[in-house]
Design a protein around this ligand. Structure first.
Ligand code: NAI
Length: 338
């Protein structure tokens, strides 16, 4: 029996989280969900976007499944996602992007794994206006040797464990000679300790172009926070969009699993959100919990449903009228038939 903190989230969050819990339970996994609030919902209810009870629950359970949380642009409270990553030192943001037969995409057989540094640099929240008139603003991005070393090592360890062939280090050391330069130097030092795995490095702008030209040339990618955020959305675009892109935030003492996408306010409460990304995040969670057999069942069931392209939401088949719940039902049916 596992006790997992469940944060339903904002916008499409509650509907896709509910779909995910039903699918995970259909595998036979014994899970008690401990509901916890965060984001706009928590703000309305507790006047706090990240209540202490939620933090305590994750500290206790060490594993959480989280729906997306809304962060208003340029105003309001700081990102709860960033706060959670900092609170639990979740320094690895692991974002796989994999082709699914049947998903609309320009490419085939894409199988990328992004390791994004998750705490440092431009997301550390060290920013201010330089004067009261707001005539200029400054954001400070600090890159440390410690932070760079552990994310690059995580990427190489993953490559070794999962029999991956190559790690691509992505940076902008030609312009950001200090922060980018430090990351690249440390990454090369770490790479030298893994002679069994091919290592290469790319400047981020070239990397964006190369990914679009031929994503199949890449395998594992490791980079700093902002570049990883942007490139992982790009990678999900290579495999048919955000609807199939899961993510994990992992630290040494806790892990939070979520979709790459946000709360999608434009489609909230319309029953058209694709639940697959958070369901696949649930599969990553089951792997993390040592329940890989059950995780693989979810992955196979989603692959089968997407391939048939019948019981899928309209982001995967524009002529479909199938909703979030019905797609989850189809995935559950497949799990039972496996
Ligand atoms: P978004 O990822 O919510 O939406 C981008 C586009 O993808 C929209 O057109 C949306 O309808 C579509 N989309 C997203 N998820 C989908 C799904 N499951 N099925 C079908 N279509 C889907 O990004 P956006 O609009 O930039 O951000 C909305 C809010 O989400 C913001 O407040 C942002 O801060 C937050 N956000 C939260 C994240 C998290 O909690 N981890 C991650 C990214 C954004």
């Amino acid at each position: 029996m596992h006790i997992i903190t469940l944060i339903p989230g904002d916008g499409i969050g509650p509907s896709i989280s509910e779909a995910a819990t039903r699918v995970i339970e259909a595998t036979g996994a014994q899970i008690t969900w401990e509901f916890a609030a965060a984001g706009i919902g928590a703000m309305d209810q507790f006047r706090d976007p990240l209540p202490q009870a939620t933090i305590d629950s994750i500290h206790k359970n060490k594993v959480a499944l989280k729906g997306p949380l809304t962060t208003h642009m340029g105003k309001g409270f700081r990102s709860v996602n960033v706060a959670l990553r900092k609170e639990f030192d979740l320094y690895i943001n692991l974002r796989p992007a994999k082709s699914y037969e049947g998903a609309p995409s320009r490419y085939k057989n894409v199988d990328l794994v992004m390791f994004r540094e998750n705490i440092e640099e431009f997301y550390s929240g060290i920013e201010h206006y330089v004067d009261a008139q707001k005539s200029a603003a400054e954001t400070i991005g600090i890159v440390t040797r410690f932070g760079s070393e552990r994310i690059v090592r995580a990427a190489f360890e993953y490559a070794r464990k999962h029999h991956r062939k190559k790690v691509t280090i992505v940076h902008k050391a030609n312009i950001m000679k200090f922060s980018g330069g430090l990351f690249l130097d440390v990454a090369r030092e770490v790479a030298a300790q893994y002679p069994d795995i091919e290592a290469e490095d790319r400047i981020v702008d070239n990397m964006a172009m190369q990914l679009v030209l031929n994503p199949n040339q890449f395998d594992v990618i490791v980079t700093t926070n902002l570049f990883g955020d942007i490139l992982s959305d790009l990678c999900s675009g290579l495999v048919g969009g955000l609807g199939l892109a899961p993510g994990a935030n992992i630290g040494s003492s806790a892990a939070i699993f979520e979709a790459v996408h946000g709360s999608a306010p434009d489609i909230a409460e319309k029953n058209i959100a694709n639940p697959s990304a958070i369901i696949l995040a649930g599969a990553m969670m089951l792997h993390h919990l040592g329940e890989s057999e059950r995780a693989v069942k979810i992955e196979k069931a989603i692959a089968a449903v997407v391939k048939e392209s019948k019981y899928v939401t309209r982001d995967l088949n524009p002529s479909s009228t199938v909703g979030t719940k019905a797609m989850a039902d189809a995935i559950i049916e497949k799990i039972h038939s496996l």
